[in-house]
Design a protein around this ligand. Structure first.
Ligand SMILES: Nc1ncnc2c1ncn2[C@@H]1O[C@H](COP(=O)(O)OP(=O)(O)OP(=O)(O)O)[C@@H](O)[C@H]1O
Length: 526
């Protein structure tokens, strides 16, 4: 779309937002035209979520104004933003897992008459919204029985229950496999066709080219560029993202059209001895259903094994099991000298034996928002020598170590004393990674380690995992990104439909076979 001469639907005029000394947004000018799909991109901490928070009425700008149809508008509460026609699908879904789809939609509904929600009217309207989007919608289905892609569809329906003129999607593709991603883009195009504007926050360059009309690139809180996507190159986007600093640009890996097994980082040594043996294991989901049955796998020192597939097919349960958070319903696991049938199969025991865990649900099980970065680091390193003396915490030494990690992982934070909740999502993830890759773990459970990270940091994380493998660590990598898997893993095991396919050596399996496995087929369909 060309720059609109018409009044933009939404505009930010000279918007600045500060948090203490941090300038999260600096004199941001941004226009969103009607029916325009705008990609909002930038490195971790560039200020994307802060813009979303202001547009959704979470907090107002310190300076500048938000205009709707050219009229300066103040959102005193999120309800004002909804009233103005802005809907948001957050990166971390706001769904209650034990409730049905309709109950979740009802939680924010306005169909309240005589103090009661008119469920049938609500259900009918949700059904209609789903129909216009081409979604299957079973209003009775519990959220925890749906995979992430279907949960996302419920979030989109929920957002569109109101009259929405601008839909903001915060990193919607981070959790999706290729097929669901393509379907989401179809939905975005459909909304655009209806005149709805869409802001798509993403770290993936391919998302921009797939669906956006314009890319606005943020750097250090300010707009570095606003460019039509037609004719735009990945290189141009990246150089605006990282700035004129040539050294920084050289570090960034611009993804090619699609990595192949040949691009694999690979490793030179044969894998070492078995550190973990999984035998004929059945794992249940939290709601009691079977996630995966008949799972057998050996993890060796000095290799990266990828557990791939659409989220919700048992990969998470495997990681939970190896982290000591869950026991198999059937079968047996031997891990670093501990056995799943023994009473000492606990997270603390496994951690002490050498298991480190980068959890997929960072907010629920990876961090404590109210604690400092230093204390968050300590959560996994309390037993390390050096941090305590005579039973007392050596705060200064801890701060020194954590400040060094902050600088090495390029965490955008004032220092180790900052509270975790004040960091952007990607920067929180970097702190978790620094913590879990540190020390001397023998088995690293890395659940979606690069989710939500910018290109620079992803390259860095891949390098760190590669070094960990070379140093003889065993790594189980949960990933739904085939490019990532082919780039860094040695073997792949695909989870689909309650069973597993493989494990196969990445160098010996092609992309189409992996695709067939993910879809639950043994062979590539003719
Ligand atoms: N509530 C807050 N208190 C203090 N600082 C904050 C707060 N919210 C955001 N910040 C800071 O503002 C800056 C911009 O953060 P923001 O979350 O907007 O970045 P982002 O571009 O969305 O990053 P990411 O890709 O990592 O999600 C960061 O330095 C962050 O630490």
């Amino acid at each position: 779309m060309t720059e609109n001469l018409a009044t933009p639907l939404v505009a930010l005029r000279g918007v600045t937002k500060r948090f203490g000394d941090v300038v999260a947004n600096r004199a941001v000018d941004l226009e969103i035209g009607q029916g325009e799909v705008l990609a909002l991109v930038g490195e971790n901490g560039a200020g994307k979520s802060t813009i979303v928070n202001m547009l959704s009425g979470v907090f107002p700008p310190d300076e500048g104004a938000i205009e709707i149809d050219g009229v300066p508008t103040v959102f005193a509460t999120p309800a004002d933003s909804v009233e103005a026609g802005i809907g948001v699908v957050h990166q971390h879904y706001m769904l209650v897992p034990t409730l049905s789809a309709l109950d979740n939609i009802a939680l924010q509904a306005r169909e309240i008459g005589l103090g009661k929600i008119d469920r049938s009217a609500l259900g009918a309207r949700a059904g209609k919204v789903a129909e216009t989007l081409g979604f299957q919608f079973d209003k009775r289905q519990r959220i925890d029985s749906l995979d992430v892609a279907h949960q996302q569809r419920i979030e989109i329906i929920k957002a569109l229950m109101h009259e929405v003129r601008l839909l903001i999607l915060d990193e919607p593709t981070a959790v999706l496999g290729a097929e669901d991603k393509a379907r989401l883009f179809e939905t975005v195009r459909g909304l655009k066709g209806q005149g709805v504007s869409v802001v798509l926050i993403t770290h993936k360059l391919e998302d921009i080219f797939a669906v956006a009309d314009r890319a606005v690139i943020l750097r250090n809180g300010a707009v570095a560029a606003s460019l039509p996507v037609r004719g735009l190159s990945a290189d141009t986007i990246v150089s605006h993202m990282v700035g004129a600093d040539a050294e920084a640009r050289a570090e960034v890996q611009i993804p090619s059209e699609g990595a192949t097994a040949d691009d694999s980082v690979g490793h030179t040594h044969p894998p070492g001895k078995v550190v973990c043996r999984v035998r004929d294991v059945t794992l249940h989901r939290p709601n009691g259903s079977v996630a995966v049955a008949g799972l057998s796998l050996e993890l060796h020192a000095g290799e990266i094994v990828a557990a791939a597939g659409v989220d919700g097919n048992g990969q998470s349960e495997l990681v939970r099991c190896l982290a000591g958070m869950q026991r198999p319903a059937d079968g047996e696991v031997d891990c670093l000298g501990l056995n799943s049938r023994m009473s000492d199969w606990t997270p603390a025991r496994l951690r002490r034996a050498g298991v480190s865990h980068i959890p997929e649900d960072r907010r629920r099980s990876g961090i404590v928002g109210d604690m400092s970065l230093a204390k968050n680091y300590l959560l996994s390193h309390l037993d390390d020598p050096g941090f305590t003396r005579f039973g007392l915490l050596r705060n200064r030494y801890l701060a020194q170590v954590v400040d060094e990690r902050i600088s090495r992982f390029k965490v955008r934070a004032p220092g180790s004393g900052e509270r975790m909740k004040n960091l952007s999502g990607g920067n929180q993830q970097k702190v978790v990674l620094a913590r879990e890759l540190d020390g001397d773990p023998r088995l690293i459970l890395a659940a979606h380690p690069s989710r939500g990270l910018d290109l620079n940091t992803i390259a860095f994380v891949h390098q760190v995992l590669d070094e960990a493998r070379e140093a003889g660590r065993s790594i189980l990598l949960l990933s739904s990104d085939i490019d990532e898997i082919l780039k860094i893993a040695d073997r792949i095991l695909v989870f689909a439909g309650g069973r597993t396919f493989g494990p196969a050596r990445c160098a010996e399996v092609d992309r189409r076979t992996i695709g067939a496995w993910i879809a639950g087929h043994e062979d590539v369909p003719a």
